[in-house]
Structures are given as structure tokens and as C-alpha cells.
Design a protein around this ligand. Structure first.
Ligand code: PPE
Length: 307
């Protein structure tokens, strides 16, 4: 998806004009994929822009760094403030996607990450519906690429290099005429989509694979949607799922910061339900989109206002 430039990017503690936010081609992270990132969204609310679950995303960024032994030269509070400041200084009245990135910089080559200087950037730009029109479901394909084994790649870290795996799956799905890939874990069970967690609904019960068992990222949108679903009185279970659970589901949907809550229309050409977003998906999507925009006092706890 093309980037719409904004005005400034926060780099290592200072605001840099968008066009000058560059790095040297011998930046370590470019060569070996050693870095971590987050995907965060700010939404327009009645009280101005607010960032959704800012502390949780920032904590996950630091957790990813801990897993990869990257020593971040900023505190949680400083990184939260950097994201708020990026939204404030840029012209994004309708909200934006925020991309914090911690990466190994210039000065050393070779595989040992330990002596390499750590650099941090936070950019933001307007990013629309990630999987297309929210009202239509995505056509999914189970990928021939499997999710990382947690002993090969730490699946709870949002490591930049790990996304080769997602990229391969996404490309395969698109080339085959689908919208998005579903990935199985090394055990052949359902893990997640290339950049979203996955839920199935059957007979009114909502199920999603547990991150620890499935090698899926512990999604912040997943967590938010589970809380909303339970508040609505639905039963939500973390469960091991196999591909036929998707074929026979009444509803399937995806969650992620970029994708928000996206319905699934078919999996491997098996139509899910009647192929249109089901009632539970639609209800959860509607509440989620109201919550992020500050329209529901019960979920305002998830918002950090920028001003
Ligand atoms: N799994 C993966 C592998 C993943 O990358 C994401 C987020 C999720 C699950 C959902 O997590 P959460 O955002 O906390 O609900 N993917 C980010 C990157 C997307 C991109 O194309 O870049 C995102 O949604 O921001």
C-alpha cells in the first residue's frame, strides 16, 4: 500500500523532516533484519486525536527488544511521548497509523548484534482499510509457508526480519488470486494470518488460537475484541484449531491494528457462512470501531489523547 508522506519523523529524540529521515546503506538492520517494530493507530475522536492502547503497544515494543537483547536508549514513557508528539506535529486530523521502529544502526558489520548502535524512529501516516472494504469479506488461502517454530524465531517478538515469513505467505496468496494468507504452525494447526490474528465463530461460541500454542503474535486487537465479546455476553475460548474448523465455521474474522476487524468471506474457496459478514462479526466490528474513536465511555480507558 502506498505511503502518504506526512511532515516529520521522530528519529533518536529529534523531529526530522520526512524527506531527510534517511539511514546509511550499511545500516546493520537492513542486512540482517535485526530490529523490532510496532503498528499503532491514532484515531480522530470528539476530543481530538487519541492513540489506541499506546502503553500496551509500547510495552510490547520493549518486550520484543528484551527477547532480542536490544538495549533501547529510551524509556517506556519517552517512547510513548515520542508517538504522541509525532501525531501532534503532523497534519493528520483524521488519525493515522504509527510505526515505531527500533533497529541496529551503522558502524559494525557481521552477525554479532551486541556492539551495534541502537536507533529508534517513529513515523506516522494516514493508512486506510488494510484489507480493503470493511463491509466485504477477505478471500483467504492457507499458505504453503508455515509460521515460525518458536525455537527458530521468537514468535512473541515483532522482529523485522521475521516478516520475510509473512511476506512470502502474503505474496503467494495474492499471486494465487486471494486477499490474504492463513498460516499453520509447525504442528499443522492454525496459527494466524500474515499480519492478523484469526477468530472462528461456531454455534455462537468464539474461538481463537492461543499465542503460546500457535506461534501467533499476542495481538492487542485480539485482546480488545475478546474483552468486547465477553462484555457482550459471548463465550470466547482460546483453542487449538485445524483448517476444517475454518471451512465449517459460521463466521471467520481477522484482527490487527492495521486491518482492525476484518470479516473473512472464504477459506480455500470454501464459502464461510453465506459469504457475507455474519452477525457476531458485524456486532464486534461496529463496537470496536466505535471504541477506538472514543464513542464508548466503557472503552475510553484504551485511549491516550494527544492533546
Ligand atoms: N500477527 C502478526 C504477525 C502481526 O504482524 C500483527 C500486527 C498481528 C498479529 C495483530 O496484532 P495487533 O496489531 O497487536 O492486534 N501486524 C501489524 C503490521 C502490519 C503491516 O503490514 O505492517 C499491524 O497490524 O499493525
Amino acid at each position: 500500500m502506498p505511503i502518504t508522506p506526512t511532515q516529520f519523523i521522530w528519529m533518536d529524540g529529534a523531529m526530522v523532516p520526512w524527506d531527510q529521515a534517511n539511514v546509511h546503506v550499511l545500516t546493520h538492520g537492513l542486512h540482517y533484519g535485526y530490529g523490532v517494530f510496532e503498528g499503532v493507530r491514532a484515531y480522530q475522536t470528539p476530543k481530538g486525536n487519541a492513540i489506541f492502547r499506546l502503553r500496551d503497544h509500547t510495552q510490547r515494543l520493549l518486550d520484543s527488544c528484551k527477547i532480542l537483547m536490544i538495549d533501547v536508549p529510551f524509556t517506556l514513557d519517552q517512547l510513548m511521548e515520542a508517538q504522541l508528539e509525532v501525531v501532534r506535529v503532523n497534519d493528520v486530523p483524521e488519525g493515522c497509523y504509527i510505526r515505531p521502529l527500533v533497529y541496529l544502526g551503522y558502524g559494525e558489520m557481521g552477525l554479532n548484534p551486541l556492539p551495534v548502535p541502537v536507533r529508534v524512529a517513529v513515523a506516522c501516516w494516514p493508512w486506510g482499510a488494510y484489507l480493503g472494504d470493511h463491509s466485504k469479506g477477505a478471500r483467504m488461502k492457507i499458505s504453503s509457508w508455515q509460521r515460525h517454530d518458536p525455537n527458530a524465531m521468537p514468535t512473541q517478538a515483532k522482529g523485522t526480519g521475521m516478516y520475510l515469513n509473512s511476506g512470502l505467505a502474503k505474496m503467494e496468496a495474492i499471486r494465487a488470486g486471494y486477499d490474504e494468507a492463513i498460516m499453520l504452525g509447525p504442528d499443522g494447526r492454525i496459527s494466524e494470518a500474515s499480519a492478523e490474528n484469526l477468530f472462528v465463530v461456531k454455534n455462537g461460541v468464539i474461538r481463537t488460537p492461543a499465542s503460546s500454542a500457535a506461534g501467533a503474535l499476542a495481538g492487542i486487537t485480539q485482546d480488545s475484541v475478546i474483552e468486547i465479546a465477553r462484555d457482550l455476553g459471548y463465550e470466547v475460548r482460546f483453542e487449538t484449531l485445524v483448517r476444517t474448523d475454518l471451512y465449517l465455521a459460521d463466521e471467520v474474522f481477522l484482527t490487527g491494528t492495521a486491518a482492525e476487524l476484518a470479516p473473512v468471506a472464504s477459506v480455500d474457496d470454501r464459502v464461510v457462512g453465506d459469504g457475507t459478514p455474519g452477525p457476531i462479526t458485524t456486532a464486534l466490528q461496529s463496537i470496536y470501531l466505535q471504541a477506538v474513536k472514543g464513542a464508548l465511555p466503557a472503552y475510553e480507558k484504551w485511549l491516550t489523547y494527544c492533546s
